[in-house]
Design a protein around this ligand. Structure first.
Ligand code: NAD
Ligand code: 0WE
Length: 258
């Protein structure tokens, strides 16, 4: 049975009720995990209120601001975990960002600053969060991140995010190798396209979804709930022998050649 009772899980990347991280948090909660939730703070505190109201039914023991571009916020997040829990079992990394102008048109037009921003937020952040989690994962642990096929194959307009996901997937392997002796597993879920805040801002996402419905073996897109269930599996003892892997939750789309 999938049982996360007594496990302490930090979930990043919830922005609203469509976020993949929200689907994951719900499944971890249903399996009995104790949750810590982080959100991206903004000037007006709108995100804080919105996410706080959303996650209230999951009774998180920790609710903290964490902009991964700010080392002080990362340190404060893990200091709070140490004070409240003393240890950590699960880290869910479910965030990405690139400038909107870099997700359209010519990839070769990507600016140095845009490249740095996308790789810092979408790939480097897994390294910094894993490094902060490492000393707290004293009884082993599971780290799960979210990736996309555009990191392995060319998807029109995914552009610099594809490079960021390629880096992220290699981060998974290097981290899995380093943290394995401490029984910390590190895996990625490569999700098929899902309508979320991040993806809805992309022109043509609906056409992509229809394409998946036409060609994927399951002839449909996946849901946040399905990604959440796979995340719960990767966080649980059911996957105790699995590390350094990228698991596709995409209705089988990635196996098709035509
Ligand atoms: P989303 O907009 O709900 O989530 C993205 C999150 O990133 C937001 O919560 C946002 O606050 C957070 N974020 C951005 N910059 C941040 C920063 N500096 N510090 C902290 N948090 C920051 O969209 P989503 O689709 O749920 O995306 C979650 C993850 O899933 C991303 O890694 C994305 O690449 C991946 N993914 C999405 C799809 C899809 O089709 N939606 C498919 C495969 C993978
Ligand atoms: O990883 C993603 C989306 C990540 C993302 C989305 C945005 C939109 C708003 C990162 N940064 C931003 N910046 C913004 O200003 N996905 C896997 C979803 C996605 O995005 C695409 C896709 C798919 C699928 C972009 C182009 C083509 C396909």
């Amino acid at each position: 049975m999938l049982d996360l009772t007594g496990k302490r899980a930090l979930v990043t990347g919830i922005a609203n009720n469509r976020s993949i991280a929200w689907g994951i948090a719900q499944q971890l909660h249903a399996a009995g995990a104790d949750l810590g939730i982080t959100y991206l703070p903004d000037d007006k505190g709108k995100m804080e209120k919105k996410v706080k109201d959303l996650v209230e039914p999951l009774n998180p023991s920790l609710f903290l601001p964490c902009n991964v571009q700010d080392d002080a916020q990362i340190t404060a997040t893990f200091d709070a975990i140490r004070d409240q829990w003393g240890k950590l079992d699960i880290l869910v990394h479910c965030l990405a960002f690139a400038n909107r102008e870099d997700l359209i048109g010519d990839f070769s037009a990507t600016s140095r600053a845009g490249f740095q921003l996308a790789l810092e937020i979408s790939a480097y952040s897994l390294v910094s969060l894993a490094n902060a989690a490492k000393p707290l994962m004293t009884e082993g642990g599971s780290i799960v991140t979210l990736t996309y096929l555009g990191g392995v194959r060319v998807v029109p307009n995914y552009n610099v995010m594809g490079i960021a996901k390629a880096a992220l997937e290699m981060n998974v392997r290097y981290l899995a190798s380093e943290l394995g002796p401490q029984q910390i597993r590190v895996n990625g879920i490569s999700a098929g396209p899902i309508r979320t805040l991040a993806s809805s801002a992309i022109g043509g996402i609906l056409d992509m979804i229809h394409h998946v419905e036409d060609v994927a073996p399951l002839r449909r897109t996946v849901t946040q709930e399905e990604v959440g269930k796979t995340a719960a599996f990767l966080c649980s003892d059911l996957s105790s022998g699995v590390t350094g892997q990228i698991l596709y939750v995409d209705s089988g789309y990635n196996i098709m050649g035509m």
